[in-house]
Write a protein that binds this ligand. Sequence first.
Ligand code: ATP
Ligand code: MG
Length: 500
Amino acid sequence: MDDFRVENISAFLQRRVSSFVTSPVVYDYGTVSRIGDGVVRVDDLPGRCYGELLKLGDGAFGMTLDLEENGVGAVLLDKSENITAGDRVTGTGKVCDIPVGEKLIGRVIDPIGRPLDRRPLEVDEYYPVERPAPKLIKRQSVKKPLQTGIMAIDSMIPIGRGQRELIIGDRQTGKTSIAIDTVLNQKGKDVICVYCAIGQKASTVAGVIQELRESGAMDYSVVVAATASDSPAMQYLAPYAACTVCEYFMEKGMDTLVIYDDLSKHAVAYRTMSLLLHRSPGREAYPGDIFYLHSRLLERAASLSDSLGGGTMTALPIIETTGGNISAYIPTNVISITDGQIYLESELFHSGIRPAVNIGLSVSRVGRAAQPSAMRKVSSSLRIDLAQYREMSVFARFGSDFDESVKKMLVHGEKLTELFVQPKGRCYALSDETALLFAARKNIFDGEDVVDVHGAADAYLSELHENSADVMEKIDRSGDFDEEDEKVFLKAAEVINKKS
Ligand code: ATP
Ligand code: MG
C-alpha cells in the first residue's frame, strides 16, 4: 500500500489523451459571393456533388446545381432574405431525400417531405429523390391493362400498367380531369396513385385534393405538391420526389400510377434556375440538358420483371400547349420520350365533345398488347369508323346528296361521337364499356328514333345490371365475353327500341 503514489496530473492527462483514437474532421466551407432571385454563387467550396444540400449563413438550405473549379452555383430551397454576400456556406454531404412508406398514403406532402395537411408525419425510411431508372434486364413488357374508366381512351388509346402516356392539350381542355378520373377509377383495384402538382395555384391544388378526398380516393393516394408560390427549386424537385414515393411501392411488387401535372411548368422552373445561374440558353431559352430533365424522370416508370416482384409504375405526364402547337420544344421532347399521347383539343372541348380527345392525333404505342380481349373484340373498327366519319362530315356540310351507305356511315359516326361524350367523374367499368361498344357495333344506337343516345345507353346499362348482373361481373373479372353473353347484350338492347 505504501508503494502507491498518486500520479502527476500532467502525466495522467498525457496518458489519457494519447489513448484517445480520434479521426480528423475537416470542415470545408465557402463564402457567398453573389446572391439574387433565389440563386447563390459560392466561392471556395471544393468536393461537393451535384444536387448536394448546402447549409447557408442563417440555417437556410440550398442545392448545388453548378460545379465549378473554384466554387459552386446553388439554388435556394427556401425564400431566405437574411443571406448576404460573405456568409459562410458548408456542404452537408447529403442529397435531397423524401420519406417513403405506407404511412404516406392519404397524405399531402411537399417535395422534401414536409406534411402540408397539418398533421405530423412520422416515417423512418427515406429515399433520395433522384434514383437511377431500372435497367433493361430488370423490366418486362407491359401486359396488364390500366383501365381509366373513360370509354374513348380505354377503347382506342388503351394504357397498360408500366406505360408512360402523355396527356397534352391547351389550357382548360380537361387534362387534369382525365388524370383525376383515372385515379378515381382505380378504387378497389390495388393501385397506389401519386398526384404531383407542379407550379399550379394553391387553390387549384386544394380543389383537386378535396375532389380526391370526397370520392374516397385518398385511401390509396398520395399528393406531392409544389405550388406556384414555392421556389423554382422546390418545383424542380417535385416530380422526382413523387416518382420516388411511387418507386417504393413498385419495388414492393405493387401497381402504381403517378401523375405529373404539369411538366411544362416543371421545364419553366428549370429554365428559370438555369438562366439565373448564367447557363447558356438554347432553343426557346431552355438550357441544353432540358431533354435529360424529363427523360431521366420518365424512364423511371417501368414494369418490373417477375423476379423483382412484378410491380409497375404507370406515368401520366401532362403538358400544356399554347395555341394547339404540339411541335414546340418541350411537347416534342416529351412526346418522343413517352409511349403515346392523348391529345386534347380546345375546339372539340368547346363544341361539347368532352373528354375532348382528338383520336386522329392520339396514340398508344404499347397499350394494345395489354388491352382486355373483351375490349379488343368490340373496339377494332372504331378508329376507322370515326376517321371516315370525320372525313365525310366535311363534305356533308355542303349539303350534297349521298347514297345510302354514306348516310349510314354519317349517322353511325355521329352517334358514336355522342356516345363517347362522358361527364367528368363518371367512370365506366370494363363490362359497361364492352356492352356499350358492342351495341354501337351492332348499330343499335343508329336507329332514327334514338334521339337521346345517352338516355338509351343508360336504359340499356341499367337493364343489364338489373337482369344480368352475373354476366357483367364475369366480364369484369375475366376480361372476356362469349357468344352467350352477346345474346344477353342483344336481348337487353331491345329495351332501347322499345323505349324510344
Ligand atoms: P388547366 O389548363 O387550367 O390545368 P385543364 O386542362 O387541366 O386546365 P381541367 O381543369 O381538367 O382542365 O378542366 C377544365 C374544366 O372543364 C373544368 O371546369 C372541368 O370541370 C371541365 N371538364 C373537364 N372534363 C370534363 C368533362 N368530361 N365533361 C364536362 N366538363 C369537363
Ligand atoms: Mg390542369
